[in-house]
Design a protein around this ligand. Sequence first.
Ligand SMILES: Cc1cc2nc3c(=O)[nH]c(=O)nc-3n(C[C@H](O)[C@H](O)[C@H](O)COP(=O)(O)OP(=O)(O)OC[C@H]3O[C@@H](n4cnc5c(N)ncnc54)[C@H](O)[C@@H]3O)c2cc1C
Length: 479
Amino acid sequence: MGLKTPQQYIESLRDGRVTYWDGERIDDITTHPRFAVPIAMTAKDYDYDDPEYRDSRRYQTEDGGFAHRIYQIPRGEKDLASRIGMMGQSAISTLTTGVFMALMSVKDLVAEANPQYAGNIERMYKYARDNDLRAAEVITDPKGDRKRRAHEQDDPDLYVRIVERRADGIVVRGAKLHITAASLIHELVVMPTKGMRQDEKDYAVSFSIPVNAKGVKIINRSFAPAELNPFDYPASAHHSMPEGFVVFDDVFVPWDRVFLAGEVPLASKLAQSLGLWERTGGVVEATRLSELFVGLGQLVTEMQGKESDPIAQASIAELITYAEMIRMGLDYSCRNYEKTPSGMVFPNTLGINTTKYYYAANYHQTVRYLHDLGGGLVLTLPLEADLRNEESGKYIRKYLYTKPNVDVETRMRVYNLIRDLTADAYGGWQFVVALQAGGGLPAQRVMMNRTYDIAKAKARALAAAGATTAKGAKLQAAE
Ligand SMILES: Cc1cc2nc3c(=O)[nH]c(=O)nc-3n(C[C@H](O)[C@H](O)[C@H](O)COP(=O)(O)OP(=O)(O)OC[C@H]3O[C@@H](n4cnc5c(N)ncnc54)[C@H](O)[C@@H]3O)c2cc1C
């Protein structure tokens, strides 16, 4: 019980979990080079002694102990601001643990359908919080033929389902794809990917299960090779997190870990409780990234002596628009927060969905401005080893010179960061992450259409068209 140290976290991963990567079954991920960067990133968030982060990382629970802030249930604007601040500093494998806090937001709703499940949510939340565990958000099913519903697929396992109900629990089968950090955490928190109908009861299932449970297998994939040179890859050398293809091969789940087992109307409620926080996380990351784009755009422009060129200035203004729209959207969403009936505060639903949509829909076009400002060196800049080689290095220094106050090595680092973030393996990953992580564009469109005050907009439009008064009364036709 209590907060773990980074070392205790690493040791906790040696628990017999079944993971594969690149054709190999890896028995101990803590000694495998593939996992070195993701484990280091996750372990860093267990450093509660670091005076710079101690207060932002942990909080005092109602029981008097300390827990990681990812578990804090925000009760007001200040809590929300602390949470957003912590999100900007933490590894994604810490942020996915927010799934427990999101579950707590629907606990009261779940209690109406089945008080035992609501009790399970609260107990699992406290168990994970008080043992300083990390969790994955396990939602997206393979889905097979998209035209057919879960129970209509040729293979009934294409959505995770209950295959057996026993006196002591349920047995589940299926797979969940793209699960961020699945091999690096302790608990897999499974939820339905979408709403289910009455004839799909076995697919309306939610539970939490340890990663090392019998029958769980994880096939990993990430953009990053085991080791990258931080000069050539300033971002991805320190940042990579595998996604897991998670298989549930007849996994037994005891009843006290079940949150939903056939209560169809709750399926979409559970999934939605998480969607908002996932998108908030995406927007927090987009705020950081878009500010970097402005800085990088301005730096390459100045380094090439183009700062007074009107076309370069226009491109930088586009980068600023993108960054500011996202920052303002996040700020607005936190100031205009909403509250659950039990008093939990969460960012404005319409604000977050609109901002996430804006970030995703405009990401690729915004990167184009940065590539345009940078030129071909974004892709063709020689590697650090060639810079350090005396023979080739002297040519690199000579021909990458632009003007006296521009240091060639700094110029190379700036180009390397542009390439790494937007044009290499990590950059390609970011392109798809912007669109798909936290739900694709259609998921945000649905939420925007659902939460915007369309009735008010229609009334205003009718009044402006002269069909009604401002208060909505129908005008008499002119005699
Ligand atoms: C890097 C990364 C990390 C992720 N991490 C997680 C995670 O931790 N946990 C998790 O649960 N998920 C995760 N995801 C999954 C993510 O939420 C999904 O990729 C996203 O919701 C889109 O679903 P999909 O991939 O199944 O694509 P699809 O749903 O197949 O979408 C592809 C296209 O098909 C269209 N489409 C889909 N269904 C229909 C239909 N019925 N009719 C017509 N058109 C349709 C969509 O509009 C879209 O244009 C992650 C994804 C990525 C890329």
